[in-house]
Design a protein around this ligand. Sequence first.
Ligand code: PMP
Length: 363
Amino acid sequence: GIRPLPQVEQLIPYQPGKPIEELQRELGLTRVSKLASNENPLGASPQVISALEKASQEIARYPDGSAYALKRRLAAFHSVEPEMIVVGNGSNEVLELVVRAFAGPGDEVIYDQHAFAVYPLSTRAAGATGVVVPSSEGFAHDLDAMAAAVTNRTRLIFLANPNNPTGTYFGRSEFERFMQAVPERVLVVLDEAYFEFVSHSDKLDGSQLLDRYANLVVTRTFSKVYGLASLRIGYLLARPEIADYLNRVREPFNTSHFAQLAAMAALDDQAFVQRSVAYNREALAELKATADRFALETLPAYGNFLTVHFGPEANAVNNALLKQGVIVRPLAGYGMAQWLRISTGTPEEQAHLAEALETILHV
Ligand code: PMP
């Protein structure tokens, strides 16, 4: 039969959360709360909706393959040059482009033991070698150990801040110490998918450090706080030479006209972002209160989700939640079989979760 490359044969596909409609059909439930994919419970800015109505007149034309207008807007937003931006089909795609352009067989890529699933997937698909660094206590990235893992084969280091699925965070001074310890020939990919949600006394904004570090790549997304997950659009900030290499391996029309227009409209509505951040802060406090009520251990949460310890019963709890129409994320694939990741939701969705937990945990 037909066989793929050996590194592809061994891959386990990314497991997305079940779509709401599928669970409704499967279980005959009408009340379904999806708290599994770190989406924005407020949806998207109303300005995005009007931008999309306009875009529907222009379906027959190819999108702007260079995302010219969006890149100019992003450049102004971050005070960088447009040549420093690469736009992708979700930040997922730009993360993959980095691997495709910089790592292959014989090369090493460093990431944390509980890092976002796309780093190991892209690394292995490229035939490169993943170097997994154990987390420090509390499931945080161990930046000292990651810097110490660099060999002369290392091409890339992936950091997620906050990390998914652990929600953990490192501050600017810790990051700058790390950058000083990493040789300049190694690219450091700082994934800031949840950047906007973070409140921290030493908050790290990678987009402002590109003039200091030539080997820094920062990724951002419109899927989380901007609420555009279904449109698939994200981007990367890096020195122009790096962006140029990535554009060489990028598919010419990788983002749609709809996604580009929506992203510009979303960027223009920073008041919506602020509302979403405030909403998330309250929702997270409420989720934490629910976990506390059931005496469940949680990890410090800096994004829009809470990582909760359910012990050996975690898988059974997940199945029981599904039966009641509550979709959360099991973390066995992340080496955290005793934990579930719960995204913030509307008050109704979170009440649904709390009620379901009450019947499952009998407290
Ligand atoms: N990075 C992290 C840390 C994430 O959690 C996610 C989404 N789960 C992504 C990147 C990719 O998101 P998107 O492709 O929608 O931008």
